[in-house]
Design a binder for this molecule. Structure first.
Ligand SMILES: N[C@H](CCC[C@H](N)C(=O)O)C(=O)O
Length: 278
C-alpha cells in the first residue's frame, strides 16, 4: 500500500454481469495497488468484499483503457468477458460515448452499447491451437482424451467444454475441480457443462478456474458457442442460458461478440484498517 491509501483508504466499485460479480479498482491515476494477497483478502465474502473476479483499470495503450483480471484465489485471468462489458459501460458513461476500446492480455478489444441498452464486447477470435489454449502438446484440442469427449477452446483463457444430455444433472462442484486441475491443462482450466435446449439455444453451467461455480462466465459462453458450432450442434449465433440469465453470442468474421446486461451496484472505500492487515 502507498501512503495515501494508508490514510485515506482505497476506493472501489462493485459491479456484476448476470450475477458474475466484480470488484473494480480504477487505478488510472495511481499506482496499481493489487497484489495476490489483496486479491485474496478482498475476495473473501465474509472478511472482505467478495467477487468472482477483481478488475483493475489502468491507462490505455493506444486504447481508452487497459484492464487486468484476478481471480478470488489470487491468480491472474487473461480474459473476463463480463467484467470487460461492465467496465466498458462505466467508461462509456464517463467518456460520454457509446463505444470504447480496451487492452487486455488478449490484445485490443472493442465494446459498445446497443440501442436496447445491452453491452457488447468483441472477445476476439477463438484460439484453437494446443500450445496457445494451452493444453499439453500431445493432446487434440477438438477431442481431449477425457471421458465425455470434451473440446478445448481458448478465449485468452482456457476452457474445457463438455456436451451432455442434461447440464442440470451434472455434479459441477465435484467434476469441476477435478478437470480444472487435470494435467492436460498446464495453466489449469475453466470447465463448462453444456446441453442443447433448442435450435441455437444452449444451457451452460460453469466451474471457473480460481473462482469455482459462478452464475455466469462470459468467456465461457463464447468458448461454448464456438465449440457447439465446431461440433455441428448450432449455427454461429446462439443464446446461452447461464445460472444468472442469458447471453447472446455471435461468432463473426471479426471475432466472438458477447452481449448482455451490466450492473454497477455501489461504490465504496476499503478502510486503512483493512489495508493494514495485508
Ligand atoms: N467470469 C469471466 C471469466 C473468468 C475466467 C477466470 N476464472 C480464469 O481464470 O480464466 C468471464 O466473464 O469471462
Amino acid at each position: 500500500m502507498n501512503n495515501a491509501q494508508n490514510t485515506a483508504g482505497l476506493p472501489f466499485m462493485k459491479m456484476h454481469g448476470l450475477g458474475n460479480d466484480f470488484v473494480v479498482i480504477d487505478a488510472r491515476d495511481a499506482a496499481d495497488p493489487v497484489t495476490p494477497a489483496l486479491a485474496r483478502a478482498l475476495g473473501d465474502r465474509h472478511r472482505g468484499v467478495g467477487f468472482d473476479q477483481l478488475a483493475v483499470i489502468r491507462p490505455g495503450q493506444d486504447t481508452d483503457f487497459t484492464l487486468d483480471f484476478w481471480n478470488s484465489d489470487g491468480s491472474r485471468a487473461g480474459a473476463c468477458g463480463n467484467a470487460s462489458r461492465c467496465v466498458s459501460d462505466y467508461m462509456m458513461r464517463q467518456l460520454g460515448r457509446d463505444q470504447v476500446t480496451l487492452t487486455t492480455e488478449r490484445g485490443q478489444l472493442l465494446a459498445l452499447r446497443r440501442e436496447d441498452g445491452l453491452v457488447s464486447v468483441n472477445m476476439g477470435a477463438p484460439i484453437l491451437g494446443a500450445a496457445q489454449i494451452p493444453i499439453v502438446a500431445t493432446a487434440d484440442p477438438q477431442h481431449l482424451p477425457l471421458a465425455g469427449d470434451p473440446i478445448a477452446i481458448g478465449m485468452g483463457n482456457p476452457h474445457c467444454i463438455f456436451f451432455v444430455a442434461d447440464a442440470e444433472a451434472v455434479d459441477v462442484a465435484r467434476l469441476g475441480p477435478a478437470i480444472e486441475h487435470d494435467p492436460l491443462f498446464p495453466q489449469r482450466t475453466n470447465v463448462e457443462f453444456v446441453s442443447l435446449i433448442g435450435p441455437d439455444h444452449l444451457r451452460m453451467r460453469v466451474w471457473e478456474r480460481g473462482a469455482g461455480i459462478t452464475l455466469a462466465c462470459g468467456s465461457g459462453t463464447c468458448a461454448t458457442a464456438v465449440a457447439a458450432n465446431l461440433r455441428g450442434l448450432t449455427g454461429k449465433r446462439v443464446l446461452v442460458n447461464v445460472d444468472g440469465g442469458q447471453l447472446e453470442i455471435d461468432w463473426r468474421d471479426d471475432g466472438v461478440w458477447m452481449t448482455g446486461p451490466v450492473a454497477h451496484v455501489f461504490d465504496a472505500t476499503l478502510t486503512p484498517d483493512f489495508l493494514a492487515t495485508l
